[in-house]
Design a protein around this ligand. Structure first.
Ligand SMILES: Nc1ncnc2c1ncn2[C@@H]1O[C@H](COP(=O)(O)OP(=O)(O)OP(=O)(O)O)[C@@H](O)[C@H]1O
Length: 335
């Protein structure tokens, strides 16, 4: 019998609201609900893909989990500890176990530091090497593990390509032996051919280092291969969450369907019906009127504008928040 893995991360009703200030006195006139009541969990060794269009709150979710931003409300339980309640000292030790890889490999590496110092710095902060020799030996091993050369440690970031820089970012994250890595669009800035190489590397490392990933991307095709489960985010909320296969084969939410229809298919004879999302990408800064919850949903019905849909389980952990899903589900059950 397969052993059920434990949750490494539990996010419960997480909220992050940013104040909107205006006028001469910079008074708070409202809030941007960047993350608005988000809940999910990730089991040890699992990859949860978090997808959604630009501005829907993916990065803010990742940063609030890591406590790089303080939460407005909600809980983040990591390895059994409520991390938003930890003091500085306990947070420091938890921080070693939770790392982040950023989108832009050009901006996220200090151009004045050698690769040895970029990767070695987190080891210094957490006292993970006895001396410089041991630290450099570990840096060499990490460089080789991410597909670079030990010799590269003496060089500076500008001497590398985008893909190589992202490998350096991955080595830096690995330097402190983390359990969880939040990958914040780690391949979005790279050429498509390089994207696949970096994703393959991250999959190999996951097995070797027993890593758990929250993998953020704006494109479903990017998270398709690496994820076990996928959460779709829209205007600060998760609107659908399911096992990867289930999400692709039995999509429940119209918004996810439209995202799926935008994935290109590598077959010129295959004609795919593209579901176009009308209007601009909605922003939590200025939430749209009309259907308040999923404003550009191509299948909205009257009730969609009136009552916020509940995020509920339609079987086997396939969650969706949508009145249309409800209607379709009822129709199938009535047959
Ligand atoms: N520090 C901040 N102050 C005010 N508003 C912010 C701040 N950070 C993010 N926001 C707003 O919160 C919303 C969510 O932003 P976030 O960067 O999390 O989205 P995202 O889905 O990661 O988008 P992208 O893929 O473009 O990075 C946006 O409307 C953004 O403008």
């Amino acid at each position: 019998m397969a052993v059920e893995k434990e949750n490494l991360l539990e996010v419960k009703n997480l909220k992050k609201y940013f104040p909107v200030k205006a006028g001469v006195f910079r008074r708070t006139v409202g809030h941007v609900k960047a993350v608005d009541d988000v809940s999910f969990n990730i089991k040890s060794g699992e990859t949860l893909g978090l997808v959604g269009e630009s501005g829907c709150g993916k990065s803010t979710t990742g940063r609030t989990i890591l406590r790089l931003l303080e939460a407005t409300d909600g809980e983040v339980i990591f390895d059994g500890k409520n991390i938003h309640q930890l003091d500085k000292k306990d947070m420091r030790s938890v921080r070693r176990q939770m790392q982040i890889i950023f989108q832009d490999p050009y901006a996220s590496l200090n151009p004045r530091m050698t690769v040895a110092d970029i990767i070695g710095e987190p080891m210094d902060i957490h006292n993970l090497a006895e001396n410089k020799k041991e630290r450099n030996k570990k840096v060499e091993e990490l460089l080789e593990r991410v597909g670079l050369l030990a010799d590269h440690m003496k060089r500076y970031p500008h001497e590398f390509s985008g893909g190589q820089r992202q490998r350096i970012g991955v080595a830096r994250a690995l330097a402190v032996n983390p359990h969880l890595i939040i990958c914040d669009e780690p391949v979005s800035a790279l050429d498509v051919s390089i994207q696949a190489q970096v994703i393959n590397l991250m999959e190999e490392l996951q097995d070797d280092f027993d890593l758990t990933y929250l993998f953020i991307a704006h494109d479903l095709s990017v998270v398709k291969h690496i994820s076990d489960r996928i959460a779709v985010m829209y205007l600060g909320k998760i609107v659908e969450l399911a096992d990867k296969r289930e999400l692709f084969d039995n999509t429940l939410h119209p918004y996810t369907r439209s995202l799926l229809s935008a994935i290109p298919v590598a077959d010129p004879t295959y004609e795919k019906e593209r579901i176009i999302l009308e209007g601009d990408v909605p922003s939590p800064v200025d939430p749209p009127s009309g259907c308040r919850f999923h404003p550009r949903c191509p299948e909205a019905i009257d009730i969609c504008s009136e009552v916020e849909p509940e995020f509920k389980d339609y079987g086997g952990g396939h969650m969706s928040a949508c009145h249309v899903t409800d209607q379709e589900h009822e129709a199938v059950n009535d047959k």
